[in-house]
Design a binder for this molecule. Structure first.
Ligand SMILES: [Mg+2]
Length: 227
């Protein structure tokens, strides 16, 4: 039976050594000469486009499609500069898990992320993971994270057939937003406590399975292969 594993990126696959956060701060300095910080901005599990709008609003700057696009472009330029300068890492077990999934017939790795596609590509190429993913739902499609789940289902059905059932999708992420996003489309959900939310926090979300990380491959595969 076909299954599609929809991976979140930040806090789930990789820690970019704060390259993303620093790129956001630098984009604000580059475009507006404003020194900002993210400590009072709700950004985990949000899309890049929503974060851009939240930052613009925080500094009473105009919030519209043009300013959002300018900010996102500046962010992507900064991100490309920051990634090689930061000490990031792939989370434990990820590479093994991606390879193990690819070795199974009919199971596919894809992305469901608040990153812009270009940002996702920059991050995952830097960590040599980009080639694992056959398609993705990105913030290019919508700035509202909840829309991206339905978009991922749509893309999966285009690829694997209109009869693909929602529970053939498995959403993996590190925040309650990821779990909500997966549940909203009827996907199964796996939460990992690698991104800052604890096992206790994630238990509240009602995720189908919760792991401290993916270093223990078999229990993770068991959840994915379960009928
Ligand atoms: Mg995340």
């Amino acid at each position: 039976m076909t299954r599609v594993i929809l991976w979140d990126i930040d806090g789930t696959l990789v820690h970019t050594g704060h390259a993303g956060e620093i790129a956001l701060v630098n984009a604000m300095a580059f475009l507006f000469g404003i020194e900002t910080s993210l400590h009072d901005v709700d950004y985990k599990g949000r899309t890049d486009r929503q974060i851009a709008r939240n930052l613009l609003a925080k500094h009473q700057l105009p919030v519209n499609d043009d300013t959002e696009r300018s900010f996102v472009n500046a962010y992507l330029t900064e991100l490309a500069l920051q990634l090689p300068q930061r000490q990031g890492h792939i989370y434990p077990g990820i590479t093994t898990a991606l390879n193990a999934i690819e070795a199974q017939n009919g199971i596919h790795n894809a992305l469901l992320t608040g990153n812009m596609e270009r940002g996702a590509q920059l991050k995952l190429q830097h960590y040599n993971l980009w080639h694992h993913f056959t398609f993705g739902a990105f913030a290019d499609h919508s700035r509202h994270r909840p829309d991206l789940g339905a978009h991922a289902l749509h893309l999966a059905r285009q690829r694997f057939g209109p009869n693909l059932a929602p529970n053939q999708l498995i959403v993996i992420g590190d925040t309650p937003h990821d779990v909500d996003c997966g549940r909203s489309i009827g996907a199964r959900t796996i939460a990992v406590a690698t991104g800052g939310f604890t096992i206790g926090d994630l238990r509240q979300t009602g995720a189908d399975a919760i792991f401290p990380d993916l270093s223990d491959l078999q229990p993770f595969l068991d959840v994915i292969l379960a009928a």
